[in-house]
Design a binder for this molecule. Sequence first.
Ligand code: SAH
Ligand code: SF4
Length: 347
Amino acid sequence: MESKIDIRTLSVDEIADILKKWDEKPFRAKQIYEWLWKFSVRNFEDMTNLSLELRQRLNEYFEIRGLKTVTTQKSADTTIKCAFRLFDGKIIEGVLIPTPTRMTACVSSQVGCSLNCKFCATGYLKRERNLDAGEIYDQVIELNKVAIENYGIPLSNIVYMGMGEPMLNYHNVLKSVEHLTSEQGLGMASKRITVSTSGIAKMIMKLADDNVKFNLALSLHEADNIKRSAIMPINDSNPLEELQTALQYFYSKTKNQITLEYVVINNTNDSVEDALNVVKFASKIPKVKVNLIEYNPIDNAEFKASDIKKMERFASILKEHDVLAVIRRSRGKDIDAACGQLANKTK
Ligand code: SAH
Ligand code: SF4
């Protein structure tokens, strides 16, 4: 049997076109859309302001794909990791990260990742497919429920820093942001959303041309081309000069906040020279902020975290050269929920 169309792949206008053919009133499209996105119903039966006949007809032609939370693990430091099963059985992960001032959801954009960064657990998984906008959106909905159930506080921020490379799933990532920010969706402020990329210059330029309103994070991790390529093969085709130009362009067009993520790895990217290279890279990008992230050990690689003294030395070199830098301690390590540890393992 041919499978039904997932109604959440349709826009409100496309739904309206179908309703017109069915001789239904146009405003029904908006009602359906709100049920699907604002209220996240997973059954046409639950769309109680529609006639029974319309609900049955929708059910005949369409399905509503949803994801199922299969495991929820809570870390000693309050981080919570959820594994979600997609309609085709594939598993992805999302993480809730509470801090005193924020309740952040970290979501995945692909099943696996094609980019093979040497320090990242997801990079050792094969990229199986892109997530669609609904699958990204649903992770936020589920993590919001987890936040309220566990801490009584809804999400305040969303970061696209889970599994996968968002810029290689551009269309669906942008569509998911649209749903998160739209009044018919979650109505979230764009400024509370950050999309992270390993650095695909062409797509950063496209974000600028599309005049996106969310913040951008670049996973820098090294500011010398030869050394960066050794840990991030994507750098071969997207060298630092191109990334710098792309970020300057992004800022000039959008004025949105840009963050440079820098996982500090012992004797790999934590020398004084490495820090000075970061200064060179960062000082040409307006209003930029550098997050120095503690490296989380992964099974596949031999890297070690730098000790806090070296991280502090790195941070002070940046600060001495007027580059804003913050050290971020790792969260959720005991349940493999920390950045770069997402690899579908349950402990
Ligand atoms: N693909 C995107 C988004 C997902 S990765 C990107 O690379 O930006 C999310 C963040 O976790 C990135 O900054 C990534 O570099 C970082 N990360 C990867 N492996 C890590 C590890 N072992 N320890 C700490 N952070 C890691
Ligand atoms: Fe993919 Fe990002 Fe991990 Fe690199 S760091 S392998 S781009 S998920």
